[in-house]
Design a protein. Structure first.
Length: 368
């Protein structure tokens, strides 16, 4: 599929698989975005005189030829990036930094800035692919080393839910499972809602984007190379090696639903079925299953045995979306203010640390 057809298909998916219109508002308050405090980073003298295009050329030379690119250089670029072109260059720099010893010095501010830059670029008149790139980068930890924190988890999931990006929201939520993040707080409940909406409305949409499915130009050619001491090619850790979207979604639902109430157990049961863990699904302590969840579970169940088990459960009628949405609102009502206060402190701390690091570099350069 060529790029224009791919974009057309992605637009079709966005329009077809929409969340209910009344639920399209942002779940976080305007204050959550901390826009004034975030913009304050650009007051630093380094950002007043930097020309990002020229800076990229300089950094690209450092990484490609001189092998002396640094984590602080990439952090500065990430803080200043905003356009789709900037973000394309930022993606390249993150990739190159990951291949140097300096990657271990990457500050948390780089991850945060990269995520905010890509979201901003998505809304740019020339944007539209940045969210896809962001999802792929978060999942390709080895090559990009990009991770979410509590704040950016909420920021991302709220963006996906508000903009009806069902697939991307579910894939962001799966990172909570992969990284074994906390199952408490707003990030977890937002992730649960995002996973449910994808499962309910768009589960037939392929989990991976077209650009992530490589074409084998020589399907009949098989080359086997034995390397002493290496893990066999067919080894699968059933976690980071997972490539089946339904299993990933299932594991995410299992991970995020560890409560004792009927809805948690209903979604956990559905997660086990999606993950092909039928014995685990049947081992859940007695519960009343939501009819909405039961309908999907029966649809995805592969065996008559598990369908018979599901049909034997008592049912209840409720709106899963409304319940999960209410959980999100309650969690944000109690947690948003302290999260915002902490993030504002982090912005000041990051700027101070960056200025100190740049000061040390200037001193060292004068000495040498």
């Amino acid at each position: 599929m060529n790029s224009s057809m791919s974009r057309a298909f992605q637009t079709f998916v966005k329009l077809k698989y929409r969340a209910p219109s009344q639920l399209s508002r942002s779940l976080v308050s305007q204050a959550f975005h901390c826009q004034e405090e975030w913009n304050a980073r650009l007051v630093s003298p380094i950002f007043q005189k930097i020309k990002l295009g020229e800076f990229f050329v300089e950094l690209d030379k450092k990484f490609s030829h001189e092998y002396r690119g640094s984590a602080v250089d990439v952090d500065i670029f990430a803080q200043a990036a905003s356009s789709p072109a900037d973000c394309e260059q930022l993606e390249e720099l993150l990739y190159k930094l990951r291949r140097t010893p300096h990657t271990i010095f990457s500050p948390a501010s780089t991850h945060h800035a990269a995520i905010r830059a890509l979201l901003k670029a998505e809304e740019h008149p020339e944007g539209g692919e940045q969210v896809h790139h962001l999802v792929k980068m978060l999942e390709d930890r080895m090559n990009y080393g990009l991770f979410m924190d509590d704040y950016t988890t909420i920021l991302l999931l709220d963006y996906m839910l508000e903009n009806k990006r069902l697939l991307e929201g579910a894939r962001i939520a799966s990172q909570l499972m992969f990284q074994e993040e906390s199952r408490e707080g707003p990030g977890a409940v937002l992730g649960n809602l995002a996973s449910w909406r994808y499962c309910k409305q768009a589960r037939d949409v392929p989990w991976f984007f077209d650009t992530e499915n490589p074409v084998d130009e020589n399907p009949g050619e098989v080359i086997r190379v034995r390397v002493k001491g290496m893990v066999p090619n067919n080894y699968n850790d059933e976690h980071f090696d997972l490539k089946d979207g339904k299993i990933i979604l299932g594991k995410t639902l299992v991970y995020l639903n560890n409560g004792d109430d009927n809805l948690n157990k209903s979604l956990k049961c559905l997660g086990f079925i999606l993950s092909d863990k039928m014995d685990s699904a049947k081992s859940i302590e007695p519960f009343t299953i939501s009819k909405e969840v039961l309908e999907i579970a029966l649809d995805v169940a592969k065996s008559d045995d598990i369908k018979e088990y599901l049909s034997s459960l008592q049912t209840e009628t409720n709106s899963v979306d409304d319940i999960l949405l209410n959980w999100c609102q309650e969690s944000l009502a109690s947690s948003e203010a302290p999260i915002v206060d902490n993030q504002k402190k982090m912005y000041k701390e990051w700027s101070s640390n960056r200025d100190q690091m740049l000061g040390k570099i200037r001193v060292n350069n004068r000495v040498t």
